[in-house]
Design a protein around this ligand. Structure first.
Ligand code: FAD
Length: 323
């Protein structure tokens, strides 16, 4: 059966996040040739509706409202439910992001739908689609199939390949007027931490440091390597707890989940809670003085050595390749 699929677009600082394009590709896979409808909830849509069409959406529905400038689960919940009641989708896809993780259970319970969260792969297509998701902190994967009801799932960023952008694609971008009332949270101001460089959760290369970096200054060679590779710096909780870096860099069960093409772990022992946030990375390189360190069990390439010798050597070699 062909399905109408709603895809929630995520806008950050005026632009769509990459996970939106990945969600459109996932929607196409499950639609069985049905319609993929992008949904944008924002105070100002700009050109983002057209952008969703270029990445494969057939049509886009927008809700523009001043209360949608910042995310609140009440505001976004009311706006999404209004679109959903109008469109009556057979399937819904969100990114498994901070926003998606917060909003999807709320919408699923309102719709009395099941929710498959944190999908990392889809096997098969249309009604035969099987959803793969990690369980037990990434130690195992389960495969889930939905028999009936609305198919609702969230996808982990960086796991599903977006479709090629097609500038010639066009379609209808229409707006729905929604009254947003009874907000229990009003966000008056957002004070951002000053972060530079590439966004950690969407980075293709992550250079992460653990307690082995020994100090805040110890992160400098990791930052240099990340810059040469166009990547982002991450950290273990050990490094954050020791005050070597900010908690916004923490990767793992209680930190960010990342799936870069290349993950370089330096001075990280490989505790299960850390592995939960990075073991799905495509290629893992571990650098550790201890040949018995657990991190080597998940690494594709292991370097037994002192990170303060190995990292600068890697940086110099990558610089030569780029020259
Ligand atoms: P350590 O375990 O101390 O390892 C440091 C490593 O550096 C060692 O293997 C050592 O051989 C190596 N080393 C030392 N010097 C050098 C050098 N010069 N060159 C190369 N290698 C060197 N942790 C997370 O990371 N993320 C989480 O989200 C997370 N959530 C948690 C949630 C809970 C409920 C709990 C209980 C724990 C959580 N932890 C998490 C903590 C986790 O259990 C570990 O304590 C932590 O990951 C250890 O950090 P580390 O590997 O940097 O430090």
């Amino acid at each position: 059966m062909s399905k109408k699929v709603l895809v929630l677009g995520e806008v950050r600082e005026g632009s769509l996040r990459n996970v939106t394009f990945e969600a459109i590709a996932a929607a196409k896979t499950v639609s069985g040739g049905g319609e993929v409808v992008g949904v944008l909830l924002t105070d100002s849509v700009g050109g983002n509706g057209e952008e969703m069409l270029k990445y494969g959406a057939d049509r886009v529905v927008t809700v523009e409202h001043p209360h949608l400038k910042q995310y609140t689960s009440d505001g976004f919940g009311q706006a999404f439910m209004a679109v959903s009641e109008q469109e009556k989708p057979e399937a819904i896809v969100f990114g498994h992001t901070a926003l998606g993780k917060d909003l999807s259970p709320k919408i699923a319970s309102k719709m009395q739908a099941g929710l498959i969260s944190d999908v990392t792969a889809i096997e098969g297509e249309g009604d035969d689609a099987v959803f793969v998701r990690p369980i037990y902190s990434g130690k195992a994967f389960e495969k889930v199939k939905v028999k009936d009801g609305v198919l609702f799932f969230t996808i982990r960023p960086n796991n599903i390949q977006p479709l090629e952008k097609d500038d010639s694609r066009s379609g209808d971008v229409s707006s729905v007027s929604v009254e947003i009332t009874n907000l229990r949270t009003i966000i008056k101001e957002v004070v951002r931490k000053s972060t530079e460089g590439v966004d950690l959760s969407e980075a293709k290369v992550v250079v992460a440091g653990g307690r082995g970096v020994k100090s805040a200054d110890g992160f400098a060679p990791l930052k240099e390597l990340a810059d040469v590779l166009g990547g982002a710096v991450g950290a273990s909780r050990g490094a954050c707890d020791a005050d070597y870096c900010d908690y916004s860099l923490q990767i793992g069960q209680t930190g960010k989940v990342v799936t870069p093409d290349l993950y370089i772990a330096a001075g990280i022992s490989g505790a299960i809670q850390h592995l939960a946030g990075m073991s799905n990375s495509k290629v893992i390189v571990a650098i550790n003085k201890d040949p018995e360190a657990n991190i080597f069990k998940v690494a594709d390439y292991g370097i037994v050595g002192d990170l303060f010798e190995v990292i600068p050597m890697l940086t110099e070699e990558f610089k030569k390749l780029k020259a």
